[in-house]
Design a protein. Structure first.
Length: 513
């Protein structure tokens, strides 16, 4: 019989996942709708300018990404040990560190960032003033986002996913309102859009702060809780994670800037659309992983290593399947889907979207392993080696673009590096956590590859017999999703997992009767 404690943890993961999926489905619909409206209202060039200029600011926030991961890890760890005093000290330290990061981001943005904006980026002369104000509003928006991270981390560590979901839905409501207001803007639409996005971010950040202060004792700052040894441990942990976040910034925004330098803001618009679709799909994986991550770290803290291994393997497979269910139809019918979604599809958007779906599939396998590695507190090896792979993408892409390669080459190089990096990631984490590579290949890779190959093969065969019309394309999409889910159910999950899902469905049905 399954241990009662493990059963309760699984129920908590399931409950939190449901909260997050409820949030995600609504936010995904809002995000896709508002992207369509904003692209239409701003136009391809202004939409591209917003994406690339805001991306410059995101590069400077890579410092914060490292600290956010450290905050989440130390909060999860202290709560796993059931040490309220340590939890309060961790939160206070992370609060002060994030304030310092916000100051650093402002300094970097207003010096290096502005220089880069005016001297290196391809922006039409008539839109430089608008780009300047987008830059300023994005800078301050990012700073408020940075200041809210400790509060977000505390809510996740306490597994209050319902609260997290509701506040996120409010954020989605703001974005809907913004999409409407941009259409009736009394001033330049691009400037007005950036201003409203900043106001929305400030409001959401304040809501997180107020909720946590009212409900969680550890979020109330106390000067006596300043422990320099704790600062040293958090910063030391973040040091190598910092490299990882720099690499991530290079992957996302560095490639976006390269595309701007060589091809202009219209191609940035196409990449912006691809990122919107990727984020919508990856949200399905991330919500499941957000619900799993605290349990992975807490199981390590309580020395439940075998249970931790099972969580990582399960999170890897299920995250991949969730990504595949949505990636498969998008890859097969990207042109049709974008045509339905957008009034005007930017050049290169279709092929960019297809490649980002493959990015998401590989990364869905990566995140659970990274969480397990971070739980050990020793991020040095994985961050240094993997980050080196990712940072190399920028000089490689720059070289091939300089030689005359088309924009899609950036995506092809990125996908290759993702795959190579994952092989290294498995080898590194295996040594840290002590699981068998054979078990990982058998329980994760063989299963997800078998499901993927069979699903894509059947989808391609069916596609040859489906006429190219709206009705038949919709039928085709529904059909391949059904086939994919059936394949996952039969060969992608274990008999025990199928039994667990069936029991949950039966309980839900019995309660409704």
């Amino acid at each position: 019989m399954e241990d009662t404690g493990v059963t309760e943890k699984n129920k908590r993961i399931a409950k939190n996942t449901l909260f997050l999926y409820f949030r995600m489905v609504i936010l995904m619909c809002i995000s896709l709708y508002t992207s369509r409206v904003i692209l239409d209202k701003l136009g391809v060039v202004d939409y591209g300018i917003y994406n690339v200029v805001a991306g410059v600011i995101i590069i400077f926030t890579f410092i914060n990404g490292a600290m956010s991961a450290a905050t989440q890890r130390f909060l999860n760890f202290s709560m796993g040990k059931e040490d309220p005093e340590e939890t309060r000290r961790v939160f206070n330290a992370s609060q002060i560190i994030h304030i310092c990061i916000a100051v650093i981001v402002i300094i970097l943005a207003e010096t290096i960032g502005l220089w880069f904006l005016y001297n290196k980026m391809q922006i039409p002369t008539t839109r430089l003033d608008a780009a300047f104000w987008v830059f300023q509003f994005s800078t301050f928006s990012s700073c408020f986002l940075i200041l809210s991270y400790p509060y977000n981390a505390d809510i996740i560590a306490r597994e209050r996913m319902g609260v997290f979901a509701y506040i996120s839905l409010l954020d989605g409501g703001f974005k809907l309102l913004i999409a409407f207001l941009v259409g009736i803007s009394p001033i330049d639409k691009l400037i007005f859009y950036a201003l409203l996005m900043m106001i929305a971010q400030i409001t959401i950040s304040l809501i997180y702060r107020i909720y946590c202060i009212r409900n969680f004792e550890e979020t109330k700052f106390k000067i006596k809780d300043i422990t320099w040894d704790l600062y040293k441990r958090i910063l030391s942990f973040s040091g190598w994670n910092l490299i990882g976040n720099l690499a991530n910034a290079c992957l996302t925004q560095g490639t976006n800037i390269l595309l701007n330098m060589f091809f202009g803001p219209a191609v940035n618009a196409a990449k912006g659309i691809a990122v919107q679709v990727e984020n919508a799909v990856i949200s399905f994986c991330n919500n499941f992983q957000v619900a799993m991550n605290p349990q992975i770290v807490k199981s390590y803290a309580s020395n439940e290593i075998d249970y931790m291994h099972s969580l990582i393997f399960r999170a890897s497979r299920f995250s991949f399947y969730l990504a595949l269910i949505f990636s498969l139809p998008i890859v097969m019918k990207a042109d049709f889907i974008l045509g339905l979604w957008l009034k005007e599809t930017p050049d290169y958007a279709v092929v960019f979207v297809q490649y980002t779906m493959f990015f998401g599939l590989v990364q869905s396998l990566a995140n659970p392993l990274l969480t397990g590695s971070l739980a050990t507190g020793n991020a040095r090896t994985i961050m240094s080696i993997i980050a080196t792979f990712f940072i190399m993408i920028i000089p490689i892409c720059y070289t091939v673009l300089k030689l005359g390669a088309p924009p899609v080459a950036v995506f092809q190089i990125q996908l290759l590096m993702y795959v190579l990096a994952h092989v290294l990631r498995v080898i590194i984490v295996k040594k840290q956590l002590g699981f068998s590579v054979y078990d990982y290949i058998r329980d994760v890779l063989i299963k997800v590859l078998s499901v993927s190959i069979l699903s894509f093969a059947i989808a391609e065969i069916i596609n040859h017999f489906i006429p190219d019309s709206m009705v038949y394309n919709i039928i085709y999409l529904a059909l391949i999703i059904t086939v994919n889910v059936s394949i996952i159910w039969t060969i992608g999950i274990t008999a025990q997992e199928r039994k667990y899902v069936v029991n949950i469905i039966k309980k839900k049905i019995s309660k409704s009767n």
